[in-house]
Every structure is written in structure tokens, then in C-alpha cells.
Unconditional design. Sequence first.
Length: 564
Amino acid sequence: MDNTKLSYASGSTDVPLLDLTIGQLLDQAAAQHGENEALICCHQDIRWSYDEFKAEVERVAAGLISLGLNKGDRVGIWSPNKAEWVVTQFATAKAGLILVSINPAYRLTELEYALNKVACRMLILADKFKSSDYVEMIQTLAPEITECKPGKLRSDKLPHLEIAAVIASKAPPGFMRFTDIASRATSDDWLRLKAVEKELLPDDPVNIQFTSGTTGTPKGATLSHRNIVNNGFHVAACQKFTCEDRLCIPVPLYHCFGMVLAVLGCTSHAATMVFPDEAFEPESVLAAVERERCTALYGVPTMFIAELGLPNVRRFDLSSLRTGVMAGSPCPIETMKQVIEVMNMGDVTIAYGMTETSPASTQTNPDDSIENRVGSVGRVHPHVEIKIIDEAGQTTPRGVQGEFCTRGYSVMTGYWADEEITAEVIDSDGWMHTGDLATMDTDGYVNITGRLKDMIIRGGENIYPREIEEFLYQQRPIQEAQVFGVPDEKYGEEICAWIVLKPGESLSAEDVKDLCMGQIAHFKVPRYVRFVDEFPMTVTGKIQKFAMREQMIEALDLKSIKTA
């Protein structure tokens, strides 16, 4: 069987990969479009050109060198979206340091694990965010900080951490202010910075991101300059970005969607980054699009659903929008159609990927038919190979479901200090096994059909929740739906649906079942239906089905039922 009939595809190599570090990428943007607006932070009233942004980055990079940090040292960033986050991203890269992206939602145990796992020497942190008091948490984990000089921390629980810099006007005892980092640099530090920059290679590690898995401890996906510079470039190129584009970025910076697809995507084309708020608020997003005349908007499906759900959504002037990316979790087809029709994003694209692959492996194209743009996650990315395999590891025929695998420049260097776990997901031929179920059609378009671990087995029938979710999304009263399995004595598992209704709509559980009967197979009709206002999810908008399952097991008293 030839490859045109197998679920395999390789991306175009017409445009060469960029052989640049992140610092060189910024230098190139400033050299070619220095007067263009680089970064606009609406909530901080900051507006920098590429020349101004580069100057700020280099001042902070030299300041980091002055603190005694050496090439390869890890520096954590724990903050919501702020201009300082983006400055730190580029400053650490220029100084040869490895940036460790820490989830703003982390609490004590998670923070302690992350900092110790990768041996962070420095942590840059906001003082507070929502209900989290970051300074207080550091003081709890490392009470010694109140007795130490700034930069001289010695802690039992955080033995590697020496420096804590807070993004605030005042620094508590033992902390330094972020704004003071740049002013520390001497002429010798500037010379050392230039020397370090000359030594850096595109294949050097530059970022560690902790994956938000549903089981086990988080794993530190380690990414190189080459990984993320090129992925950002190609995702933006697919949207036909130029230096005249202005991207609204409500997605969190700590995740690949924010720091790679948005920040590096913009920088690689000298486009403008617009940050509407420190965290996602649907109204501030649309206000920023209108005020800054943004041409592109990024978000996970739940963000677009929230924006479209605003009662005054049509009052905002969104006529400047043309493109963007929807990614992070499966996109309901009906939501995609509304984004095109209501938000004027006729060239919106869908991207699919994961942190371990920098992240995107496939993407739709603005020139694709509407059917392919709402019914798939696109085709293979440039310089990437993809395939879909069966349980025996053989590539499936086109149209046959299997596990999605990807290989190429975008695959991470590995999980930090976890060679054994790395070997479980990256095979000896370099293929990353994603754990996602997918199909590939005759034209190479990929459709993500679910997760290997999400599959429900009810009375011997394999049921894929995505299929039921797509049906429910098409029902007029339903805004969002999530489907998962719960234990059942008779069938092994039963189907449960959590549903968010549109404003002003009402349905009963029986109504939902009636909508399903005769439309989908009887064994796919949810037995349990719960109406909720929102779903448990990560900061990046990934739905946590395991949390829903646990809640339903508790509510339905199913703990005693044992399933395989």
C-alpha cells in the first residue's frame, strides 16, 4: 500500500527552517522594523516599539548576568500576563538561561515540586494574582528568606533557589524588585552578555514547560530555541502574518500558546503583540480588539465561546479582525462557524499540538474550504512528519482511527531529568506518541477524535465522547457539553454529560435524552446529565474530565463499583 493510502504525511520544506536563537530573532525584528509597535500591554499602559522593547530586554539580560547566573541556569517565572513576563522571556534567552514557565494557578506543593525538579536558581514572580499571594507562598516554603539578603537565600525546602525578584513597587525582606535588575549591570556585565550571546546555539535548551497531565507528577518538557522559534514562525506564516498585523493575546504566557505561537510568532514577523489583561476577561478582549484595531485573535474554544456569549458582543467593532488561531482543545464546529460569522474572522485557523511538540503539528489554512476549516485540525506543518498508528504500531489506512504520532524539528529534547519517561513517549525512531486518537482523510486533513484514555467502553462498545459532544453542540439550547464515562455494574461504564445551557434556555435531563434518541445510537445516549455553569479546567482552558468524573462518582455513590 503506498503512502497516499496510508495515514502518513510530511510537511513542505520549501521555506527553510530558521537557524536563529530567540535573541537573534528579536535582533532581526528590531533591525528591520525597529519603529514598529512590538508590545502593547493595555492593563499596564505600556506601549513599546521593537527598538524600545529590545533595549529593555538587553538591560534586564545584563542585569541577570550581574546576579551571577551562568549559561544553562534555570530561572522561573510565576506571573499572569504582564510586560515583565515577555521581557523575561527574551532576557533569559539572550543571557543563555533556561526559562521555567510556572503555572499561575500553582499552589505550595506544585510550586515546591517544580522549583526543585529543575533546580531553579532564581524566581521572578508577581506579588499576587487573584486568590494567590505569591510572596506569602514563597515565605511559607522558605521562611529563611526574611532573614537573608536579597539574592542570598538559603532554604531547606528550596535548596537550589537563591534569588527571588518580585514584580511590584516594593520588595519584602529577602526579595529584590524586578525593576532593580537592569540597574545592577556594569560594563563588564554587558561585555559578558555579548560573549554569552555569541556562544549560544539554536539547539540549546531555552524553556521548560510543565505539562498539565491528569495523572502523576507534572513533567518538564524541555524545548530548544530551534523548537519554538520555528513553530512560532510557521504558525504565524500560515495566517499570512506581516509586520502590519496586530495580534490580541488573551491566552496565558506560561503556556506554549502564549509564549510561542503568540509572542514568537509575532516577533518572527515583526507584528504587534497586544495584551488586553493579566488574565482572560471576554469583555476586555473585545475592547482591546476594537481599540487597537487588532487583525488577529488567539484563544482556546472556551474563550471564544465566552466572547460570543457576551450579550453586547455585536456592539464591539471587530471589523479589523481577519485571522487567528483556535487551539488547546477540540473546537466545536458550531463555535467555529460563529467565530467566522459574528467576529469577522474569515481566515481563522485551527491548530493542533501539544507542549512536547513546541506545540503545533497541524494547522488549517485560510484558503482551505469552510468544510475543512470547521471539520478538521488541518494538515501537516512544514518540516514535520505525522502518522496515525493502530495498536500494533502499524500505520493505519486513510480514514481509519488510531493514535496520532509526530516527528521532526518540533519534538522536545525530552522531559527534564526524566529519561525513562521520555523514552515512553518518544520512540527510537524519534516519533512522539501523543495519546490522541485521530483520523486522516484522503487529502491529508486530520480530525482529532478523542484521547486514548477518554474512550468509554460500555458493554463492549467503544464510545468516543467527542462524537456525542459534537451532536450536543448542534442543539440550539446547548452552549457547551462534555461527555465522559462513570463506573456501572451492568455495563462496566455508563455515559455522563455535563452541559452548559445558553442564557435564557432551559432543558431537563429527559429533554436531553429525547434530543438524542433516534439521532445517535441508543448506547451513546447519556444516562446521566448534569447542568452546570462552567467546567473544571486548567488555566489554559483544557477541560479536566477526570475532575468531573470524580465529582459524579461521589454524587452518584459509585465508589464501590470496580471497573477495569
